[in-house]
Design a protein around this ligand. Structure first.
Ligand code: ZN
Length: 322
């Protein structure tokens, strides 16, 4: 999981900008505003919902977040990768539009089910991410937390807060008062690498409780994903080992005053491959970045040589500048 640059302002797409849809008052409005107003009408009606119970058979369909333009905008921002596990998704599945705060119901860490959920945020741009099915949907694999909590893997309707009394249940309240109590990482708001350590063997461990909850809720430790990350890690190890050997050879040739043309060509190919591995639309960047930081620490001479040549490895850590 990496920090994603996603503007909190509504995107310049019809769903949020064009008043093309008929609102509740009969006037034209945006689809997002129409969803917002209609959801409030539906979910705050005591004939529909009362005391955490759904009393109606009628469902509610949001149209803004599921609109093709919304998905297209999210796909561009998330580079067709899952916001949580960084796997490419669009080539094998449609891609879920994920609500960070669940809209229909919320499962608390105490096992309570709160109905409705954050109904007014169903079309809220700030609440939307792109996610794979594995991270977003619940599956039957049980997780045991250190605090005794048990839940199925997959985020689904889970949204743990450290203090349940701070939970916002109404659209009239200020949602920001909840923020400091949220126990899972929103990669659009904070740097996940402050909470997570990606090991060379593909495993992920937590630096703190938020990291622990996030690994569990998003299922970042699932076996297939760890295996995939370990393969990516092995490929990167191979490239970095080659890099060290190439630089050692370069030094020897320079010292002996022998032509370095071929070894410099090899170096360029190696660096091109590294550049490709670290570009912003590549998978598993958190693992790669952390692994590269460890490599730089362990191989100061190689990094020094490349820095002198004007190609510091640190540049790869900020994919946007490469
Ligand atoms: Zn995922």
């Amino acid at each position: 999981m990496i920090l994603i640059t996603k503007n909190t302002k509504n995107p310049n797409i019809s769903v949020y900008k064009k008043k093309r849809w008929k609102g509740l008052d009969g006037n034209k409005t945006t689809l997002a505003i129409r969803d917002f107003n209609k959801s409030i009408l539906h979910y705050t009606n005591p004939a529909n919902f009362k005391d955490n119970k759904k009393l109606t058979r009628k469902g509610f369909t949001y149209e803004a977040y599921s609109h093709k333009d919304t998905k297209k905008a999210l796909k561009k921002i998330f580079k067709s990768k899952c916001a949580y596990c960084e796997s490419f998704i669009m080539h094998i599945e449609p891609g879920d539009i994920e609500h960070f705060r669940p809209k229909a119901e919320v499962h608390t860490k105490n096992g309570e089910v709160l109905i409705p959920g954050y109904y007014w945020l169903g079309a809220d741009w700030k609440n939307l991410l792109l996610s794979c099915i594995k991270c977003n949907r619940s599956n039957n694999e049980a997780i045991n937390f250190s605090d005794g909590e048990i839940q199925n893997m997959g985020k689904a309707n889970h949204f743990p807060l450290s203090d349940e009394s701070k939970r916002v249940r109404l659209h009239t309240e200020d949602i920001s008062i909840e923020d400091e109590f949220v126990q899972i990482i929103n990669p659009c708001r904070e740097d996940p690498e402050a909470h997570l350590i990606f090991e060379d063997n593909g495993q992920v461990t937590a630096k703190d409780e938020k990291g622990e909850k996030s690994i569990a809720v998003y299922g970042l430790f699932r076996a297939d994903l760890v295996l995939k990350r370990s393969q990516v890690s092995r490929d990167l190890s191979s490239s970095l080992t080659d890099l060290v050997l190439i630089i050692q050879q370069l030094d020897q040739l320079e010292a002996a005053n022998i032509s370095t043309d071929i070894i410099l060509k090899l170096l360029r190919v190696n660096l091109e491959n590294l550049k490709f591995a670290f570009q912003i639309d590549a998978e598993y960047l958190a693992l790669k970045r952390q692994k590269l930081k460890r490599f730089i620490k362990q191989n100061p001479i190689s990094n020094q040589k490349l820095t002198e040549m004007g190609i510091p490895l640190l540049n790869f850590l900020n994919s946007n500048t490469i």
